[in-house]
Design a protein around this ligand. Structure first.
Ligand SMILES: N[C@@H](CCC(=O)N[C@@H](CS)C(=O)NCC(=O)O)C(=O)O
Length: 121
């Protein structure tokens, strides 16, 4: 199992924080997104969406959504529980994930992608 990662990017960081809280250490491959490595044929063959983070399994299958990658590790390494322990805490944590993504993270992403010169084209 391998995590395609980028040190400065927020979604991979979300996964790295999750792994650190779980005490899980896995192989990581740094992808140079600012240099366009994620859009090269070699990386697109691994993940046709050209994004990080990507969790790749031995059989070549992938998970390429940060929240879903975290969910995978929550299920395979349940302690410490980071997605809640009962119906209320699980529901509240999910609500906060949606709220922080929709009200904060996604709008910030759109501003950055559509105004920061390095993202032009
Ligand atoms: N919904 C995805 C978003 C992944 C994403 O947008 N990753 C950025 C880095 S934070 C990326 O790979 N951008 C490359 C690009 O858009 O070309 C997730 O939560 O993992």
């Amino acid at each position: 199992m391998k995590l395609y990662d980028m040190t400065g990017a927020p979604n991979p960081r979300r996964v790295r924080i999750f792994l650190a809280e779980k005490g899980i250490d896995i192989d990581k491959v740094e992808v140079d997104v600012m240099g366009g490595e994620n859009l090269q044929p070699e990386y697109m063959a691994i993940n046709p969406r050209g994004i990080v983070p990507t969790l790749e399994f031995e059989d070549g299958s992938i998970i390429d959504e940060s929240s879903a990658i975290c969910r995978y590790f929550e299920e395979t390494s349940p302690e410490p529980a980071l997605y809640g322990t009962d119906a209320i805490s699980k529901a509240l944590i999910e609500a906060w994930i949606w709220r922080s993504d929709l009200d904060c993270y996604f709008p910030c992403t759109e501003v950055l992608r559509n105004s920061y010169p390095a993202f032009e084209n």
